[in-house]
Design a protein around this ligand. Structure first.
Ligand SMILES: C[S@@+](CC[C@H](N)C(=O)[O-])C[C@H]1O[C@@H](n2cnc3c(N)ncnc32)[C@H](O)[C@@H]1O
Ligand code: SF4
Length: 462
């Protein structure tokens, strides 16, 4: 492993810096979205991007799940009624037609993702139909060169589901595993056997899916370093290209199903950190590279290669190698990143349906980035993806003098530098191994809206 990809696990620092903060899948974050950016403004922005000829990225949100996992923080609709997919898909097709009119048909779709909820909740015929309809409105790539991915719940795949998905053009899957331990699985209402998981991974490999990714969660009830260590060991044995290790945040006031989790069974903060430390050790010893923010990849995986080449990018679907796309969000809750804007669809199914029934896009809020937002987004993206930032690169791209523009931020980094999280030289910021797990805290220094919020709070106190 190259030195640049090592992480130091410093318990004292982690405890000290362990504050809530944004994950920076966008900057500005969703807190800044407002209803001034409506469907009409979105349409104008979208049309304006055609001159660039940039490729497109399509995100489809399929919100349905058959059963609820108590920990889940995703936007979903839990139902046993498979017929619920029909009215949803009908609206999705309407939305695609409206969106398709805004973008030149010549623009290739280099990235496509079905997320959820559970995308495989829909029937095989519906999957075929959804891809056919997509093709009617957008230029899909038929040569397997795109990054076409889908989230898979191992309990929701039939014998021939993966073969069908491969035929439809998918070449990547991410698999929700979470934890193999039976006690943990029962406590979170997510019971699935190891055999189910392994057969999906085997099948994916046999069918030539280019990349498989596994999701794990640490901090779930009844987890111990021993039991979770076992899950990680078994996953390493099957050697997926990518592994995500998400931190379970228990927020029962916000996510209702989490109220069914027995709080007394949750690992305490010290155990959670032990689990994290042990997981990092297991994965790095097995040769995985820490990409950043919960993600690990084999050194030959595209993400690890892109990190080394400095072409890695981060968006709503996590890390990606495709930076130069306009991202169209389709379905309830979806977020689009089009031109210099973020735009989001209604969460609520009824409102989403109503808009499309009235022949309107379902965008209800968003934000347009000004030059300061674009500059700060670039700085945050570089730090989060590459753990380093050369001032000259930012100066060239944005026509500023880094030390002048960010004098206050560079001052703000000093305590972190003293703590060994990073090094600032006259021409660059380099995140140190001890700062890698705390990259969010470093990025927060460059977040203008956080600073404003803190200043406002401060002045109120006085
Ligand atoms: C939309 S879900 C995945 C798709 C599919 N429904 C499944 O469960 O397999 C995406 C991932 O988010 C993660 N996740 C969901 N709720 C979480 C939470 N409260 N804390 C941490 N990770 C969470 C899980 O690892 C899950 O696999
Ligand atoms: S983790 Fe996946 S299957 Fe479980 S409730 Fe959330 S979205 Fe649905």
């Amino acid at each position: 492993m190259s030195l640049s990809q090592t992480i130091d696990f410093d318990l004292d620092l982690i405890n000290r810096y362990n504050t809530a903060g944004p994950r920076y899948t966008s900057y500005p974050t969703a807190v800044q979205f407002h209803e001034g950016l409506d469907a009409d403004r979105y349409a104008e922005i979208a049309r304006g991007t055609n001159a660039s000829g940039r490729p497109l990225s399509l995100y489809f949100h399929i919100p349905f799940c058959d059963t609820v996992c108590f920990y889940c923080a995703c936007n979903k609709v839990v139902t046993k009624d498979r017929a619920k997919a029909r009215p949803y898909l009908d609206r999705l097709y309407k939305e695609m037609a409206l969106q398709g009119e805004l973008f030149d048909r010549s623009r290739p779709v280099t990235q496509l993702h079905w997320g959820g909820g559970t995308p495989t909740f829909i029937s095989h015929d519906e999957m075929i139909e959804l891809m056919d309809k997509t093709r009617e409105h957008f230029r899909l790539l038929d040569d397997d060169t795109g990054e076409y991915s889908i989230e898979i719940d191992p309990r929701e795949v039939q014998e021939d589901t993966l073969a069908l998905l491969r035929k439809l053009g998918f070449n990547r899957i991410s698999l929700g595993v979470q934890d193999f331990d039976e006690t943990v699985q029962k406590a979170v209402n997510r019971v699935q056997t190891e055999a189910q998981v392994m057969s999906v991974l085997d099948e994916a490999r046999r069918l030539g899916f280019r990349s498989t990714s596994v999701d794990l969660i640490y901090g779930l009830p009844h987890q111990t370093p021993d039991t979770f260590g076992d899950t990680v060991r078994r996953i390493i044995e099957v050697n997926p290209a990518r592994i995500s290790v998400f931190n379970y945040a228990h927020l029962p006031d916000r996510f209702k199903p989490q109220r069914r989790i027995d709080e007394d069974a949750l690992p305490n903060p010290a155990d959670k950190l032990t689990i994290l430390q042990q997981t990092i050790q297991q994965l790095t010893e097995a040769g995985y590279v820490y990409i950043g923010m919960d993600h690990f990849a084999r050194p030959d995986d595209e993400l690890a290669v892109a990190q080394r080449d400095h072409t890695l990018y981060r968006n709503f679907q996590g890390y990606s190698t495709h930076s130069n796309c306009d991202l169209i969000g389709l379905g309830s809750t979806s977020v689009g990143v089009v031109g210099n804007s973020y735009s989001q669809n209604h969460h609520d199914l009824e409102k989403y349906y109503q808009c499309l029934d009235e022949n309107r896009l379902a965008v209800f809020r968003g934000v347009e980035l000004d030059t300061d937002d674009l500059l700060r987004r670039d700085v945050i993206t570089r730090l989060i993806c590459h753990f380093e930032l050369a001032f000259a690169d930012v100066e060239r791209a944005h026509g500023i003098v880094f030390g002048d523009y960010f004098a206050q931020e560079l001052e703000g980094l000093k305590p972190m530098e003293a703590d060994g999280l990073l090094k600032v030289t006259g021409n660059a910021i380099t995140v140190q191994p001890a700062g890698r797990l705390l990259i969010r805290n470093i990025c927060m220094v460059f977040d203008r809206y956080l600073r404003q919020a803190t200043e406002q709070r401060y002045s109120k106190v006085i």
